[in-house]
Design a protein around this ligand. Structure first.
Ligand code: HEC
Ligand code: HEC
Length: 452
């Protein structure tokens, strides 16, 4: 079942390519907007629990690492929506800060309502058939934020503590050991396992309670809540239609979840997993080994869905939230793309111009610059002859797991892609409305990018 059909409840559920369904005019909220007001998280004045206060200290505490120089905030930068502060595909960590990870750092915003992973999770749209969904990390292997926190603390490529006891000893020797005891009891350090569990609970409490992890302060939130300053510009409104239109962008079918779940506002993910064939990233050292493949749910980081032939989950990664996506400088689980435009052009031309994204084997390279060859892809040299090695980061036996929904519906090479140049520009404008911290200008501009 390669195509877990995930149509948005808010858009007509389009068929395959060229289905010709009419474009939904009222694409996404404000229809659901009235419930956006119920999404308001704990007000900034609500004091954090003692556990969350411990978590806040831990989150920025560099002494909780084998290097003594790395905290959660090093990779999950509060000024970058708790995503990476740089354009590296993957970050460096370890005791000498010279070991490369294998995956891009996700944002930690809006993770509070993520359900635990299930092979057959009901899709929040209430229409699509259940499929793999939920959980933390790109492959869903951590069921809770507390469980997740163990991964970076002990990962030799990340914070690289030798053991749980190491982490606990560092906490016990640190400046907020007293606060830890206040939160978890006078003998909180007596039992290492219990103390480590409480440390992870503290990080979870901080991420759940602190409003900075779910501010709902984007322009889209004003728009969805019918609030002053939330009028989308003409260009943004067109972009929203592309986002929702099942015959062009179709982004909403995987990246939208309407208001409702736990009273939250739209999260721009339905927590589902798909294999979309993101190209291999040669910048990741682990990929120097041609037999190494990161295939998401089937491992190697996740181990409970072994990559046996026929396993339909192999190659699937979580569809991440698109909130604050415009602040990112590297995209997808392996960080192989470095601009939103590149990502959208990949969606648009993975099938129609695969030679822009995957290596060509055989064939003769043409001279560069080559006026007939676009420069926005990962590959900038055109070949005469040869074969494009499509889906080069997936063992061939799992290629049948590739999702076939629009905008990547398997249409023929060199046929017309689903989105026009205008659609692409407009879609980027819309995605920028998902950035938190929006302050409406005193006077609405009448010209410039993303206006008309
Ligand atoms: C060296 C960089 C680095 C550090 C330091 C780091 N993380 Fe991460 N974080 C990552 C990467 C990479 C992933 C994705 C991992 C994966 O998919 O296997 C991730 C994933 C996560 C997720 C899951 C998000 C999601 O979308 O499901 C959470 C939550 C998280 N980290 C919290 C933390 C906390 C808490 C700390 C500190 C204890 C921390 N991280 C330290 C790199 C880092
Ligand atoms: C079939 C489901 C599906 C559709 C349709 C879809 N996406 Fe995605 N999207 C995913 C999955 C799955 C990933 C993660 C893939 C990976 O990293 O291997 C992803 C990742 C992304 C990312 C990277 C975000 C990050 O944090 O790195 C962006 C940006 C994105 N999608 C935008 C879009 C846009 C814009 C559209 C519409 C043109 C769209 N997606 C359509 C499933 C989908």
């Amino acid at each position: 079942m390669p195509a877990v059909v995930l149509c948005s409840a808010l858009t007509a559920c389009g068929g395959g390519s060229g289905g010709g369904a009419s474009v939904p005019v009222a694409a996404l909220p404000p229809a659901a907007g009235s419930s956006a007001s119920t999404a308001t998280p704990a007000s900034p004045s609500t004091p954090l629990s003692l556990a969350a206060q411990v978590g806040a200290r831990m989150f920025v505490d560099q002494t909780l690492s084998g290097s003594g120089k790395m905290s959660c905030a090093t990779c999950h930068d509060p000024d970058s929506a708790y995503g990476p502060p740089n354009d590296l595909s993957v970050q460096l960590g370890g005791t000498q800060l010279n070991r490369s990870g294998t995956r891009a750092v996700p944002s930690l915003r809006y993770k509070d309502v993520t359900p635990p992973y299930a092979d057959l999770l009901d899709n929040p749209d209430g229409i699509s058939v259940p499929g793999p969904g939920g959980g933390f990390t790109w492959d869903g292997r951590a069921p809770t934020l507390a469980a997740q926190a163990q991964i970076p603390l002990l990962d030799p490529n990340e914070m690289a503590n030798a053991s749980a006891a190491d982490v606990v000893a560092r906490l016990q020797a640190g400046p907020y050991a007293g606060l830890f005891k206040q939160a978890f009891g006078a003998d909180a350090f007596a039992d290492t396992n219990a103390a480590f569990q409480n440390a992870r609970n503290a990080l979870q409490a901080y991420q759940l309670e602190d409003p900075s992890f779910h501010p709902y302060s984007s322009k889209f939130d004003l728009y969805a809540g019918n609030k002053i300053g939330g009028n989308l510009t003409v260009a943004e409104a067109r972009g929203l239609k592309v986002f929702a239109n099942p015959n062009t962008g179709n982004c909403a079918s995987c990246h939208y979840q309407g208001a409702g779940l736990n009273g939250s506002s739209a999260l721009f993910t339905d927590f589902s997993y798909e294999a979309i064939g993101v190209p291999r990233n040669t910048a990741i050292p682990a990929n120097a080994d041609p037999s190494h493949f990161d295939i998401g749910i089937c491992g190697p980081l996740r181990t409970d869905h072994p990559p046996a032939p026929g396993n339909t989950f192999c190659g699937m990664f979580k569809a991440p939230t698109l909130r604050n996506v415009a602040l990112r400088q590297s995209f997808f689980h392996n960080g192989v793309m470095h601009s939103l435009e590149q990502v959208i052009r990949f969606y648009n031309t993975r099938d129609t111009l695969p030679e822009l994204w995957y290596p060509t084997v055989g064939g003769t390279p043409r001279a560069t610059p080559d006026a007939g060859f676009p420069t926005y892809g990962l590959i900038t040299t055109q070949y005469t002859g040869g074969t494009v090695k499509k889906y080069d980061d997936l063992p061939p036996t799992f290629v049948s797991n590739i999702d076939t929904q629009l905008p990547m519906d398997g249409r023929a090479a060199h046929s017309t892609p689903p989105m026009s140049e205008q659609d692409i520009t407009d879609l980027i404008c819309f995605l920028k409305t998902l950035t938190d911290g929006y302050k409406p200008p005193a006077t609405a501009p009448t010209s410039g990018a993303c206006i008309q």
